[in-house]
Write a protein that binds this ligand. Structure first.
Ligand code: ADP
Length: 297
């Protein structure tokens, strides 16, 4: 549906934010996972036609058997695109209904009756119908993000890009928001960029892990998890010993359980006495790839 090939971008300050990024993004939810600075926003902004790449290509199927050159044919992309940027700002003194109407006009929905139907439908879809006349300034973070999705869906996009949308949402709002995305993902391609592993585990059938401009892994979360089978080990340790474990082993994660660190270590064999094997999860995959990449660098 969207094919990205060897996309590279170096900023004027010398930071190589995208380093030959190659990805195939199918219909459905696609999780783009990476720590801060990985290059996720740079990739999202490039696909959203808001900034230029230095080299590479991105090709979007147009749904009619043809394709769109994302980097060149920006107007055509924009007609197919819904984008929720990381720093989506709203006018605090305007109601949700009025602002969505305004965005709809900007999208070219000039027929008043048709526009009203679409706007009303979207407000219902994102569950803001009951508060549509309230000013956006009084909305919670989750409500604002759902409003952001409504504006992204104006014009029936085939590609929806959401950049770090769950940061700052409480668990209930986050769930609600992710469920909404999952519903949308049934019909279009949704790229969800996030540094939160569970966002991807919970709802993305395909994913990629990025770090320092590079794609470290792409595919199905289940396959990546299976590949770590019988190589993840757990042990409860003393805080004072953490440094020794960090130095001697490939430490994947440290979690405090009742005040004591419980570590996950990546190893083909039992690292030492007291370690027990655990079923790997996507967080183990994520940190294993990041550690491997850090070692190689
Ligand atoms: P992420 O979204 O994964 O946090 P970004 O794409 O925002 O990653 O950033 C990737 C790298 O590029 C970071 O090192 C960041 O500091 C740098 N960067 C991002 N935008 C710019 C810019 N406009 N000018 C210079 N460097 C930038």
């Amino acid at each position: 549906m969207l094919a990205i090939r060897d996309l590279s971008k170096t900023y004027a300050n010398g930071v190589r934010a995208l380093d030959a990024v190659t990805l195939d993004i199918p219909r459905g939810m696609f999780g783009l996972l990476g720590p801060n600075g990985a290059g996720k926003s740079s990739l999202m902004r490039t696909l959203a036609t808001l900034q230029e790449a230095d080299s590479g290509t991105a090709t979007l199927e147009d749904g009619k058997g043809g394709s769109i050159d994302v980097l060149r044919d920006k107007d055509a992309v924009r007609r197919q695109l819904g984008y929720l940027p990381q720093d989506f700002g709203v006018y605090p003194k305007v109601s949700a209904l009025d602002l969505l109407e305004h965005f709809a006009v900007l999208k070219g929905l000039t027929d008043r009756k048709q526009r009203r139907e679409i706007v009303d439908g979207l407000l219902q879809q994102v569950n803001l119908w009951d508060v549509r006349k309230r000013k956006l300034g009084g909305f919670s973070g989750g409500m604002r993000q759902r409003f952001g999705i409504a504006q992204a869906l104006l014009g029936n996009p085939r590609l929806v890009i959401v950049d770090e949308p769950t940061a700052g949402l409480d668990p209930e709002e986050r769930n609600r928001f992710l469920n909404l995305l999952a519903e949308i993902g049934e019909n279009v391609a949704v790229i969800l960029s996030t540094h939160i592993v569970e966002d991807v585990t919970d709802l993305c059938p395909t994913m990629a892990i990025m770090n320092k401009g590079k794609v470290l892994l792409t595919g199905r979360p289940m396959d990546a998890i299976s590949a770590l089978e019988s190589q993840v080990w757990r042990k409860q340790v003393q805080k004072a010993d953490l440094k020794r474990y960090e130095a001697g082993f490939t430490l994947l994660s440290t979690r405090l359980v009742a005040g004591n660190p419980v570590i996950h270590v990546f190893s083909a064999d039992r690292p030492e006495e007291g370690f027990e094997q655990v079923a790997p999860d996507l967080e183990d995959v994520y940190f294993q790839r990041l550690r491997q990449h850090a070692k190689a660098a």
